[in-house]
Design a protein around this ligand. Structure first.
Ligand SMILES: [Zn+2]
Length: 303
């Protein structure tokens, strides 16, 4: 197995492979984000209705940040939406992105995951979703820290709304089980390539295709410490991959208006609840994290 230098891992290899599909449809992202904003209570910070609309609209933006016409952006953005867990062969995810890049290099050197890696042994296809999510949540905490001292600052509120939308998007991608697996659009072939069966798109549109019950996310705990909590949510989502494939026929039937299977409805309701809860938890956690962020002296201290 050839060694991939870090620079290649980060920049070049990511050009080579991206999933063909988005994640929950734009409708689905807006639906989940709106429900999460209804559920979340940030104590000192209440979003206005128009700010909630801004956040819901921002939650579809990450899928517009990887056009083929902007190749350098696409190279780094596309892998933020998934992580193919099987390719790590049981290795724990390290807490920081650069430790993770080092892990990818070790995998490339050792030939681990060889049976599932693409023929060129490219490890950059594995994806970076948990890192994108944790980093985005911490960015939101950094903006919230400023809002704590200038809660009426309009520019800050807009920045926070946009960033909250990005957090929501990655959180919701993580809750779509096919974003956690090498089997992201049909069971992967022996060489690791995807057959692109269309099941990914069917799951993406699931939430807008079924009648969802009103949600009660109950009493929630903040996600502290953040990284292990994100990894737990990622593994929970990954644990649903086989269940999704067990329901492949029912998903296809739904697309053809051939009726809604009760197990499929149950799956949709559960993924909806998990997506809404996780999005709300992350925004709430960013707010709590912001209380321990020190601002430098040059930051204005009043509105
Ligand atoms: Zn996405």
């Amino acid at each position: 197995m050839r060694f991939l230098p870090i620079g290649l891992v980060v920049l070049v290899g990511m050009l080579g492979w991206v999933p063909a599909t988005l994640a929950w449809s734009s409708k689905g992202h807006r639906l989940i984000t709106s429900a999460a904003l209804d559920a979340v209570n940030l104590e000192g910070l209440a979003w206005s209705k128009s700010e909630q609309v801004t956040i819901a609209n921002a939650s579809v933006q990450p899928d517009l940040m990887r056009p083929r016409g902007l190749p350098q952006l696409r190279a780094v953005e596309a892998p933020r939406h998934y992580l193919n867990l099987e390719l790590l062969e049981g290795k724990a995810l390290p807490e920081e992105r650069w430790q993770y890049i080092n892990l990818l290099n070790r995998i490339a050197r050792a030939g681990d995951g060889k049976s599932l890696l693409r023929p060129d042994g490219d490890v950059t296809q594995i994806g970076t979703l948990p890192y994108a999510l944790v980093e985005s949540t911490q960015r939101l905490a950094a903006i919230f820290a400023q809002l704590r001292v200038r809660p009426r600052d309009r520019e800050l509120r807009i920045m926070a709304a946009h960033q909250a939308g990005f957090v929501a998007h990655y959180a919701q991608d993580l809750c779509q089980p096919l974003h956690t697996t090498v089997h992201h659009d049909g069971r992967a072939r022996r060489d690791g390539s995807s057959p692109h069966t269309g099941i990914h798109r069917q799951v993406d549109s699931l939430l807008q295709s079924v009648p969802l019950e009103a949600l009660d996310i109950g009493d929630r705990q903040p996600l502290k410490p953040l990284f292990p909590a994100v990894v737990r949510a990622f593994r929970e989502s990954h644990s649903q991959v086989d269940r999704v494939y067990d329901l492949a026929d029912e998903l296809a039937d739904l697309q053809e208006n051939d009726g809604l299977d009760s197990e499929l409805l149950k799956l949709a309701q559960e993924r909806y609840l998990q997506s809404v809860s996780f999005t709300a938890d992350l925004i709430h956690t960013a707010w709590l994290l912001s209380s321990s962020v020190d601002l430098p002296d040059w930051v204005p201290q009043v509105d």
